[in-house]
Design a protein. Sequence first.
Length: 250
Amino acid sequence: MVQIKSPAEIEAMKPACRHAADTLVMIEPYIKAGITTDEINDLVHEFTVKAGGIPAPLNYHGFPKSVCTSVNHVVCHGIPGDKKIVDGDIINVDVTTIINGWHGDTSKTFYVGEPKIKAQKVVEVARKALDIGIAVVRPGVTLGDIGHAIQSYVEGESCSVVKEYCGHGIGRVFHEDPQVLHYGKPGTGLMLKTGMVFTIEPMVNFGKAAVKVLGDRWTVVTRDKSLSAQFEHTLAVTETGCEILTLPGK
């Protein structure tokens, strides 16, 4: 069942969504060569708890950390550890905050130092893919319309869209219906209605789309070890389009 959220419920979600966005702003100055992904995790955890929030990933189905950190060919769900990032890396930081029982989910891929040509290509394609997907959202369009717009752009840039992982409904529950695929056919799938709240979070590979899960049962990597990038927003469908909920506070 896809939940239609009332204006009051969407307002109630905004503190969690804004805090998740603010977390990415907070962490950006620390994304430098030499920091470990565990140190990033600790910074995110402390920032969240100090605001009265809960880091949703921690202990979610056994996930051991408070944030996902996915470096280079890691597509998603990277577990923070003692690995130091180095100049030329790219790293996706995926934050989900719970405040007053509501979830806010967003992610961004950062450059570490000066980006290499391939890294810059995949990151900027992923960034624009999210923007293109969001631009489609309004009542009356379908999830297939969103997926088709993203897929057409990404493949037109000679990159590929990961198909095993998708956006999702969100609210009091971390992951709820609908599933928001980043590929598809126009006019197919669920029709959007005002009050739907979900994420769009295309995962874009520089090489082929195939992925695999490592032995830790969480970390997803590209099979061909090509670079992967991702950006994510939580948004609400409005009468005239959509509102991005995961924008930093002012």
